[in-house]
Structure formats: structure tokens, C-alpha cells
Design a protein around this ligand. Structure first.
Ligand SMILES: [Ca+2]
Length: 332
């Protein structure tokens, strides 16, 4: 806790978050707002885990709880092609399984492009962390690559092992495979944090037993989010545990040393089942070679789970009053 002493901007990485909250998105946001390594410059929402309306509401309510004025931009309500695909069986129709959050405190959300531009051009975001389908980023790319050329994109999505929507596809990639393909083939700086590593980062009930999650509104939210996640996984797979997909991608920003990345040249299959959303090696036959992405192959799962827990505890112990700033002190 730094009190009135501002953190030096040079020490922290300005970070834009594109997200579809989403139970595990809300955990990732909690972790990032409690992390001194980053300063969140803007949040854009995208339909994914639930409708755009629901996920945008969740982002704004979360920020009210966090007493933060980070700007929120409303993004895409549907994928580049076809109908929206939601994950309400995991996250509920409202995207947060009824977890109680306060009403939003800030003005209505702006358009995603406006917040993106503010975040990347004015606030100097160096990393874009994408925690949902890549629709918003693909749309920004369609408008020109200038804006995204100077940032690194870290995406929670894809899999080269077992899928979680179909046997071969991860949800964020399945929900908008055309957007995933646009980014994978763009040559932009991209780190992919897929199910290969995220599904190894798991919390179990005994991990939470000694944590002060019940204290205060933040603690109650975290306890409820983890409870809902464990209920959903118990119903789906028979084991009561919480897999930290989006928090794992947040950890790849905060502590990349816990991951091993491999350079791979990948494409995403679009179209319909059974291959929709599948990652495959990119065909080098057509056109110029596309630079590889950095794909997370291995993770120190214990270290990442411990980092996530430490930051969740820090988040729920911090309390501050709402301010107008969205500067260096937001996360302290
Ligand atoms: Ca998400």
C-alpha cells in the first residue's frame, strides 16, 4: 500500500484489457487491479461468456466495487460472422451467476474504439490482454494496423490439446474463429495462452480455507465467484475445483518467467463443426510467410496459482474511495 505516494509510471506497464466478464474474467480483473507491475489504462468488452449487455454491465459493476474509474468501452455484440455463441452454462445468463456487485458508478460506457484509442495512443498501453473472443481486436485491425503494431497482444484462447467446447476447440477461439484467424495471420506481436497451460492452474476448496475472502464486499465477491466456478465445474466434470483460465493469462503478463513459450505459425479453422475453432499449422504455400506467434506450452502451475491467490488476497484487503483518476495509483 503506498498511501499518498504515487507509484513511478516508469516502473509499471500500461495495460489495456479486452474482456467478456465472465466469472474467471472478474477474477483476472481483481488480480490485475491488485498488481503493482501493471496500470490498467482501459477496458473494452466483447460478447462471449454472456451477451454484450451482460458482460459490459459486469465490467462496470466490478469497477464500482473496485472504486476505479478506468474507462469502459462497449465492443462487439456478435462475432465477425454468424450468431453469438455464449457460455451461459458456465457463467450464467448474467455472466456472473448472480454474484452480487454494486450498481455502476461511472457514466455510461463509451464505444470500444474510443477507449482503445485513448488507452493505446494517449495512455500508452504497451500490452493488450484479450480475455475473450478476438472480435474487437479483429475489427480494430480491419481499420488499419497502426494502432496495434506497437503493442504486444496476450490472448487467453485456443488449444493444441483437448478442447472445452468441442474435442478440438477452446471457447474463445470457437466463439469467433474468423477473428482468431485474422490475428494469428496478422504478423502482429501475439502471445497465445491456451488450454494447454490454463487448465493446469486450478484452485481447490482447501486452497481457500485459510484465505480472508469473507471479509468485506471484495472478499465476498471473490468467495462467491470461486464458489460459482467450483459449482459449474462440479456439474460439468464431477470435480469441485476452479480452473483459472483468464487469471492464468493475466499471470503470463505479470510473470512470464512461469511459462515456456514456443514459436509456432498457427491458423484457426473457421466455418462449422467439427473443426470450427481448431488451431492448425498455417499453410506456408500461399503468399508471404507469416511471423510465428509465441504459444504457451508449459507452465509452473503451482507458482501461477500461488501468484493468483496472493493477488486475490491483496485485492480483497485493499479498500479505497472512488476517485476520478485512472493513473498510476489505480492498482494501489
Ligand atoms: Ca473470458
Amino acid at each position: 500500500m503506498t498511501g499518498d505516494v504515487p507509484v513511478q509510471c516508469a516502473d509499471v506497464v500500461p495495460l489495456h484489457i479486452d474482456t467478456d466478464p465472465g466469472v474467471d474474467d472478474l477474477l483476472a480483473l481483481s488480480i490485475l487491479l491488485a498488481s503493482p507491475e501493471v496500470r490498467v489504462t482501459g477496458i473494452t468488452t466483447v460478447a462471449g461468456n454472456a451477451s454484450l449487455e451482460a458482460v459490459t454491465e459486469n465490467a462496470r459493476r466490478f469497477l464500482a466495487l473496485a472504486a476505479s474509474r478506468i474507462p469502459v468501452g462497449r465492443g462487439a455484440a456478435r462475432p465477425l460472422r454468424g450468431a453469438p455463441v455464449a457460455a451461459t452454462h458456465i457463467h450464467g445468463e448474467d455472466g456472473r451467476h448472480g454474484v452480487s456487485l454494486p450498481p455502476p458508478i461511472d457514466e455510461p460506457p463509451r464505444e470500444a474504439e474510443e477507449v482503445f484509442r485513448h488507452s493505446l495512443e494517449k495512455a500508452g498501453a504497451r500490452i493488450v490482454l484479450a480475455l475473450g473472443p478476438l472480435t474487437n481486436l479483429a475489427r480494430m485491425l480491419e481499420r488499419g494496423r497502426d494502432l496495434l503494431e506497437h503493442v504486444e497482444i496476450v490472448w487467453m484462447g485456443g488449444t493444441l490439446v483437448q478442447g472445452n467446447v468441442t474435442p478440438v476447440a477452446e471457447f474463445n477461439c470457437f466463439a469467433d474463429p474468423d477473428a482468431a484467424e485474422a490475428l494469428l495471420g496478422s504478423g502482429l506481436s501475439l502471445r497465445v495462452v491456451g488450454l494447454d497451460v490454463t487448465r493446469r492452474v486450478v484452485l481447490r476448496p482447501h486452497d481457500l480455507a485459510t484465505k480472508p475472502f469473507a471479509a468485506g464486499p471484495r472478499g465476498r465477491m471473490l468467495a462467491e465467484l470461486l464458489d460459482r466456478l467450483m459449482n459449474a465445474e462440479a456439474a460439468a466434470r464431477g470435480e469441485r475445483c476452479a480452473t483459472l483460465h483468464d487469471p492464468c493469462a493475466a499471470a503470463a503478463v505479470l510473470a512470464p518467467r512461469h511459462f515456456r513459450f514456443e514459436e509456432l505459425t498457427l491458423a484457426a479453422r473457421a466455418g462449422e463443426d467439427p473443426d470450427r475453432g481448431r488451431l492448425v499449422p498455417r499453410d506456408r504455400g500461399a503468399g508471404a510467410a507469416v511471423p510465428p506467434v509465441r504459444y504457451a506450452r508449459e507452465v509452473d502451475a503451482e507458482a501461477v496459482a500461488a501468484l493468483c491467490m496472493e493477488r486475490l488476497v491483496r485485492f480483497c484487503l485493499e479498500q479505497r474511495e472512488p476517485t476520478r483518476e485512472d493513473g498510476c495509483r489505480l492498482s494501489h
